[in-house]
Design a protein around this ligand. Structure first.
Ligand code: PEP
Ligand code: MG
Length: 584
């Protein structure tokens, strides 16, 4: 019998997928058991076997790292391989098994706790990162000791065509899963604008988030139909349902190839209003996707990914090498590099001192993004210097996330001026006219858009955070996702305020939040005056198609009238008026 589960659907150009479930359970692997003295030798042998399996597994992962990956991925795995033979971990665990007559997994856990306690007390930032490595390695050995069906690791298993079902997936997990043919993601937690959701959209892999108890009810290897448009997962679908969705997949493929005809068509509305279409970039490797969809540039490159799945901070040269590789890939179209936006939904590695993510009561309102960067010069200055140096090699814009006060802008501009002086003194090339812009992501910034527009070269509206902060709705929390409403009158007013303020000062203004990539909102945003949209590559042609059908002056009139009556329209009238925009 077909069983349906529901959650929050997230998708790029492909809302539907069919594939076998790959259930990734992360329940605690170590439970305490005492063992008889006669079992000790056997338990030691089990530990040796698990160590050997973990070693083989890590070597296999290492061999599968694509040559284009940054070197630190291999270093990361080498560090874990070394740990498998480290006496502090292995010998101590053996002794615990022998002395206390306990099972290997529990002994390992005890030794892990001892080590973590020591690492936590260390002053040295780098050494503190070893704590995460210990966790990783211990978990890996425990997986092999547990001998469960869940032991397959995502890193090496054949997951092509599979639907990954997990309690939660981190952006770092998503990076490991990309380009391995995953059909879809189903997670028990996570909101529609969580970083994982954004990554899924950008990888064009449909995801259903917030499917409670998915792990309990979905069986490994059973065929699932994922429909992110309706937010449903169907298990044990019968032949008729499967045939229906297979036909849907075939139609969608035809439509997608049809859209390709638009790649070289001008991006302008029916009445000839030009509209700039840019893409968001998560990883340097995705540059090709940006180009293939005919983007005029990158409106948001999220640099946080430089900090994931690794130990230690990237230095100036690594930043520079990454940016130069992207510039080369973009072949002359502009690149907007957003400075680090670590914290909250993009967890910062624990070793970044000053950010004790685990001790922040409310990380979204805490030391994140530009606040963290301004407090941590070791984090920020190498990036700023690298961006300036890269500006000599291609068209670059620098963009600051999470601005909430003018004093932050002043501090950044003064830091940048200081770097310019240093570079000039040292005879290092950079573009003195590189545009510097800021993101409008908190209501305070939208309300001060006029002042920001006068101080900065461009503004970009980050609706993912703007909605979260304006409506007080955690973007990553599925429990409140029903309140996450891009069409809330308060959001529309803040967007309009920002666009009007920028337009009045002739400052460029765009939007790089997910709202820009949803073609249902395109007429409304055009009517609000938006002329620059940045989105996941897979959405670009659909948005372009929509733009080319719109009459912008007529839309502007209608949206003006809606905005004037915003307080008087009831929900039905409001919905009807918005719906009517798609006909204009
Ligand atoms: C946003 O907040 O809208 C945005 C584009 O930034 P991010 O999603 O990376 O927080
Ligand atoms: Mg943001």
């Amino acid at each position: 019998m077909t069983t349906a589960f529901s959650g929050i659907g997230v998708y790029g150009a492909r809302p539907v997928a069919i594939g076998k479930a790959f259930v990734l359970a992360r329940e605690p692997l170590a439970t305490a058991e005492t063992i008889a003295p006669t079992q000790i030798a056997l338990e030691l042998q089990r530990l040796d076997n698990a160590l050997e399996c973990a070693r083989r597994h890590l070597e296999e992962v290492r061999n599968k790292i694509p040559p284009s990956s940054p070197v630190h991925l291999a270093e990361f795995i080498d560090a874990h391989l070394l740990m498998l033979t480290d006496s502090v971990l292995v010998d101590a665990t053996r002794e615990l098994i022998q002395e206390r007559s306990i099972n290997a997994s529990w002994a390992l856990q005890m030794q892990r706790d001892t080590l973590v306690e020591i690492f936590d007390q260390m002053e040295d930032d780098y050494l503190r990162t070893r704590r995460d490595d210990v966790d990783h390695v211990v978990h890996q050995i425990q997986v092999f000791l547990s001998n469960k069906g869940t032991a397959e690791s995502l890193a090496t298993a054949d997951i092509s065509g599979r639907v990954i079902v997990a309690s939660d997936l981190t952006p770092a997990d998503a990076i490991l899963l990309r380009h391995r043919g995953v059909a879809a993601f189903v997670t028990e937690h996570g909101g529609p604008m969580s970083h994982m959701a954004i990554l899924a959209r950008s990888l064009d892999i449909p995801a259903i988030m917030g499917v409670h108890n998915a792990i309990q009810y979905i069986h490994h290897d059973e065929v699932l139909v994922v429909n992110a448009e309706t937010g449903t997962v169907l298990a044990e679908a019968d032949g008729a349902i499967l045939a229906h969705y297979r036909a849907h997949l075939a139609d969608a493929e035809i439509r997608r190839s049809g859209l390709q005809r638009l790649v070289f068509e001008p991006s302008a509305s029916r009445d000839g209003t030009p509209v700039v279409l840019l893409t968001n970039l998560e990883l340097p490797e995705d540059v090709a996707a940006a180009r293939n969809n005919g983007a005029a540039g990158v409106g948001l490159y999220r640099t946080e990914f430089l900090f994931m799945n690794r130990a230690g901070l990237p230095d100036e040269e690594e930043h520079l090498a990454t940016y130069l590789a992207i510039i080369r890939g973009l072949d002359g179209i502009p690149l907007t590099i957003r400075t680090l936006d670590l914290g909250a939904d993009k967890p910062a590695p624990l070793y970044i001192s000053g950010l004790k993510a685990s001790t922040q009561i409310n990380p979204a309102l805490g030391l994140r993004a530009i606040r963290l960067c301004l407090q941590e010069p070791s984090l920020f200055l190498p990036q700023l210097r690298a961006i300036l140096r890269a500006s000599a090699e291609g068209p670059i814009r620098l963009m600051i996330p999470m601005i909430s006060s003018m004093s932050e802008v002043d501090q950044i501009l003064s830091l940048i001026n200081g770097i310019r002086r240093e570079l000039r003194r040292d005879g290092v090339a950079f573009d003195p006219l590189m545009p510097i812009g800021g993101m409008i992501e908190v209501p305070a910034a939208a309300l001060m858009a006029g002042a920001l527009a006068r101080r900065l070269d461009f503004l970009s509206i980050g609706t993912n955070d703007l909605i979260q902060y304006t409506l007080a709705v955690d973007r990553s929390d599925d429990a409140v996702s029903y309140l996450y409403d891009p069409l809330h009158p308060a959001i529309l007013r803040l967007i309009k305020l920002t666009i009007d303020a920028a337009t009045a000062t002739r400052t460029q203004v765009g939007m790089c939040g997910e709202m820009a990539g949803n073609h249902h909102y395109t007429p409304l945003l055009l009517g609000l005056g938006l002329r620059e949209f940045s989105m996941q590559p897979s959405a670009l042609l659909e948005v372009k198609e929509r733009i080319r059908c719109c009459d912008v002056p007529a839309l502007q009139q209608q949206v003006d009238s809606i905005m004037h009556q915003l307080d008087d329209l009831d929900q039905n009238e409001f919905d009807e008026r918005l719906k009517a925009l798609s006909e204009v």
